[in-house]
Structure formats: C-alpha cells, structure tokens
Design a protein around this ligand. Structure first.
Ligand SMILES: O=P(O)(O)OC[C@H]1O[C@](O)(CO)[C@@H](O)[C@@H]1O
Length: 241
C-alpha cells in the first residue's frame, strides 16, 4: 500500500487523474472501476479536460461502477447512473454502451447482481478501480458489519450512511434504505486500486489503513491485503497519521 499525501484536494486529484490517464494510454480498452461521491468529481473533471485536449481517448474504454441505490432509475437525479452521466460520461468521447452501473430498479435484483458480477468477469476484470471511503469506512456500499459479502449484492444502508447522504436529497426520508454494491472480492480482484480521501472527516479512516489487522467493521481495512493500492489524500485526511 503506497501513501501519497498532497497539500490540497486539487493536487491530489491531478495526481489521480494522471494515474488513470497513463493507464488508458497503456491500454486503450482499459476496464475502469468507477466511484461516485463528492471526492472523485475533480478527478473526473481533469479526465474530461485531458480528453478535450486529445491527450487521452475513451473510445474503447469500458467502465463498471461500484454501486447504485435500490429503487432509483437511471434518470433520477440522485441515482449514480445520473451522477456518472453528468459528472463524466456526458463530457468525454466514451461509447455509453460501454458504461455499466448496476440497475437499482431491476425487477429481479438478485439476477441483476449475478449478471453484473459475470459482466465484470466477461470484460476481463477491472484494470484500475477508483474508490472513495465512506465516513464509516465503507467501500462501494460494503457497510461495516460482522460479515462482508464477496460478490455484487443488495445491502441495507447503515444509519450513518443515510445520515451522511441525506445532504443530496430533499429530506432524510427520501434517502433509499438499500443499495446494490459490488462485493469485497469484486473490488479486491481489480488489478490496481486507487483510493481518494479528502478532508478531516476521512482522517480516522486513513489512519485505520495503518492498523496491523483487518476489521469487517471498517471494510476499507481489507485493502491492506491487496498488493497494488495507492492511497491518495490531502493533508487534512492525513492529519491523524
Ligand atoms: O466522496 P464522498 O461524498 O465523501 O463519499 C464517500 C463514499 O460514499 C459513497 O458516496 C456512498 O455513500 C461512496 O460511493 C463514496 O465512496
């Protein structure tokens, strides 16, 4: 696990977008694993800029997203499909058919989860996975628990996640109580993982990455078993190291 601390989210995002751009230059049909949340937005803006400047092309890139709220269709403005379209896909030359986000409004969610997991395998696995960290240590929507699931599955959101995400909805009651998420193994099978963490609210979680043990009550700690992980954070998120 490599730790990279930066003065500001801006510098950290520039570093992250350079890693992603290099990956795409090396392999034009790269499979990118993508995350939502406020943290990766500037990284996505930088990628759109690089695409505009013809530094990189997304024409052959394939993407798979980590998660989606149950019950929201892709055109709901709080769905993660909508987030990805408006924050990245609409601004780059990617073929939308090559972009994949779990379908939170699928009739048969269990079947959709199985198909999503198979899709990741059929694409050849994830070359580079982008991750944020929940304030409670979740990755994707793998929430703190006594057990963690391997593959893509439906999960209940914890009270702390509902609380953290209510800022995006009109009221807390509107926050979905469940989500579909890639599992821990789906994430850990990625060949390379970059984790972004900005601000003091992430400082405890960045510190937990230095623990000598894995803790299912803090899912991000499982990244320690992966051999190719870059933790990219600003000095506030690194303030407890
Ligand atoms: O980047 P933010 O907004 O702090 O969110 C952190 C994490 O929370 C989620 O948005 C889900 O709650 C994740 O997708 C993300 O990695």
């Amino acid at each position: 696990m490599r730790f990279h601390v930066f003065e500001s989210p801006k510098e950290a995002s520039a570093f992250a977008s350079n890693i992603i751009a290099e990956q795409i230059k090396q392999k034009e049909d790269t499979v990118l694993g993508l995350a939502t949340g406020s943290t990766p937005i500037e990284t996505y803006q930088n990628l759109a800029e690089k695409n505009k400047n013809n530094e990189i092309s997304f024409k052959k890139v394939r993407t798979v997203n980590l998660d989606e709220y149950v019950g929201l269709s892709g055109d709901h403005d709080q769905s993660y499909r909508y987030f990805m379209n408006t924050n990245l896909f609409d601004h780059i030359d990617i073929n939308k058919e090559n972009t994949h986000v779990p379908l939170g409004d699928a009739e048969d969610l269990e079947k959709m989860c199985e198909e999503y997991e198979k899709l990741i395998q059929d694409l050849g696995g994830i070359d580079l996975q982008v991750l944020g960290i929940g304030n409670n240590g979740h990755i994707g929507f793998n929430e703190p628990d006594i057990k963690l699931y391997n593959e893509t599955h439906v999960t209940d959101l914890t009270e702390s996640t509902i609380e953290a995400n209510k800022r995006f909805f009109e009221s807390k009651d509107e926050v979905p109580r469940q989500a579909v998420t890639m599992g821990m193994a789906s994430i850990l099978r990625a060949k390379h993982i970059i984790v972004l963490a900005f601000g003091t609210s992430k400082a405890d979680m960045v510190k937990r990455l230095k623990d000598a043990y894995l803790d299912p009550q803090c899912p991000v700690t499982f990244l320690k078993i992966h051999e190719n992980v870059d933790i990219i954070f600003d000095k506030d998120a690194g303030s407890k190291l």
